[in-house]
Write a protein that binds this ligand. Sequence first.
Ligand code: GLN
Length: 271
Amino acid sequence: MTPREALRDAARRFAFSPTARLDAELLLAHALNITRERLLLTLDDHPVPDGFAALAARRAAHEPVAYITGTRAFWTIDLHVGPGVLVPRADSETLLDAAVDHFKGTQGPRRILDLGTGPGTLLLAALDQWPDAHGEGVDASDTALGYARRNAEALGLAARARLARGDWADGITATYDLILTNPPYVEAGAALPEEVAAYEPAAALFAGADGLDDYHRIARQLPPLLAPGGVACVEIGADQGRSAAALFLDRGLSVSIRRDLGDRDRCLVVT
Ligand code: GLN
């Protein structure tokens, strides 16, 4: 089989995936130990490596591509990920877009807090965005913190990133210019794609009967943590704009809603 045929064949087997062709390209590039960009520029120059069939079989069984390759691109950085940690999603870049807009024309945030940082996703992306900022990432999962620490080191951001185990903002008394959070927000029992339901950690996804459990906690904790002029960017599910916003409005905060690239409500911008 030529590389072109291998990609076409694999993409057909990945028909369940909305990104079937991309998935195939990422796996072939991984098997060749080159970037996807290089693969596409030199596609006819490579043999199909022996290892590709095994990687494609894992994807055909719905394993997330990021768990197979061990890495996921997010914002301006690449993050190590694996079982036990939520795979960064492009939707979450909406929070960084909102933060960039909020701080436009200023020196940017100096102190950043990421609640539920997972593999360091939002914190490390923000520290990469603002080279003078310091930040803290909190997560309840030691597995996630292990990935976050490894990512902070690999990206040269460890000196500016403090990573700690925590239950949302319990015990945190400092104030922050930028607070980022992608908490669990899926309704208990909701049907998720098999690659999410069967592989990704339930604790990072589900948040009670209405998916709002963790927003209640975060909305209660947030007001004293926000520095004057600061902003909190809170990821939400597409149908949670009103219900999640109400919890923050009840605490005397101002809220606007930002949409993702698919034009769905995705982020509460809280000041
Ligand atoms: N957007 C994710 C999904 O539906 C959910 C992430 C989350 O709960 N924070 O797969």
